[in-house]
Structures are given as C-alpha cells and as structure tokens.
Design a protein around this ligand. Sequence first.
Ligand code: ADP
Ligand code: MG
Length: 238
Amino acid sequence: MSFLTIEKIKKSFNNETVLHHLNLSIKEGEFVTLLGPSGCGKSTLLRTIAGLIHPDEGTIHIDGKNVTEVKPKDRQVGMVFQSYALFPNMTVQENIEFGLKMKKLDKEIIKQNVARVIELVELTGKERSYPRELSGGQQQRVALARSLVTQPKVLLLDEPLSALDAQIRKNLQKQLRSIQQELNMTTILVTHDQEEAMAVSDYIYIMNKGHIAQSGSPHEIYTRPASEFVARFIGNYN
Ligand code: ADP
Ligand code: MG
C-alpha cells in the first residue's frame, strides 16, 4: 500500500525539462532516498512534493489524498534543508515552538510536545541556548526537531547533513535513522552521498538528468546496478 505516490511529474524551467514524467511510490514508515549527482533534479522533486514548486504535469497523493493543488502549509509535510535556517534571536525552545505557533494549541500541550522532540534529538539541557552557541550538528538537530514537532505525515530532508564534518555526519545518520524508526516516520532524504544513502535507506531512487536511473533496496542497487551510470555512481564515490 503506497502512502505517497508521485505519478508522471513533469517540470521545466525556461524550456528545459528538469523532471521527466517521474513516478515514485513510498510506503508508510519507509525511509526512501533520492540519490544522484548535483543538478539531476533531486531538490526540485522534493520541493514539488512539499508544494513549493508546482509541477507542469502529474499528480501527488499523500495518504490517499490528491495534494497536487494543495498549499504547502496544508500538506502536512515537514522539511529540513542543508542550511539550518534557525532564528538567531530565538532560543532552541523558541525555535522549536515556532512551528506550533500557528496551530493554536494549548500552551501546556506545546510544552509537552516540544520537550518530547528535544529529548528525541538528544538536546535536553540546551533549551535556553541560542543557535550561535551550538555546533553545526546540534543546530541541525534543532531544525529536525522543529519539523518533527508538527507531527508531519512525511518528513522531507534536503541534504541536511551535507555541510557537517564526516564524523558528525556519520553519527547523525545513525541518529536520524533511529528517530525515524522510533516514530515510524515516512521520510524522503535527498543526498548526493551514496554511502549515506546505503547507510540509512530502506529503498533508493537513483536519479540522473531528471530521470529515475534505477530504484531498489540498497543491496539490490549495490549488487545489481542496472546501468553503467549507476555502477559508476555507486562505485566511484569516495
Ligand atoms: P539537485 O538538487 O539534484 O542538485 P536541482 O533540482 O536543484 O538539482 O536542479 C535541477 C536543475 O534544475 C538544475 O539544472 C538547476 O539549475 C535547475 N533549476 C532548479 N531550480 C531552478 C529554478 N528555480 N529556475 C531555473 N532553473 C532551476
Ligand atoms: Mg539539491
């Protein structure tokens, strides 16, 4: 049973087609990665799912509902970008609460929900810190918490770890995967890092020039690359 379905999504910018009638299907609770070289259309596809970009053709369904024409804020998706985009003049607590401000929730409920995600991303004790007082990895965990606190149906991650040092990145990959599993959160990660994709994903879509070059489990893709492009991309990365 598919939880998120993308059918024949096409998108062009200035007469250049960036997404060529793509199809994708993701199960509830699955961790799916869009993997491919820079410029292949990963962010465009993710932003289309978020509703930040309107496709020229095709449809997007989330949880049985056609959301193709639905506004971003009504799609119940959470998004985390490479740059953390935290509010510098707000504390960790306030940054995370901000995501809930629009929802008109009871103050006590907001407090409980924020405390829960802070614990989940292991930032307990940092509630009153400001972003500048945190490491890059900690800031990115705040950004993740800010998304999770809204309890999205789908979590969209656009290279959230790419700016971090290798060791921190590896630790955060593990943490991200474990949080995702604990919440059974349907997640789509965009990355150009094949090792990262192999480490965290249930299923991988490899993209090349706006097409899906191959999809499969990490094991399938690693052991049976369907084309020279996939073999090179998987093999050559270091
Ligand atoms: P990726 O995330 O895989 O690096 P993108 O989705 O950002 O790739 O970009 C895919 C292609 O679409 C690139 O050639 C990029 O220049 C182009 N593109 C992306 N956004 C826009 C835009 N708003 N206007 C024009 N071209 C764009
Ligand atoms: Mg991108």
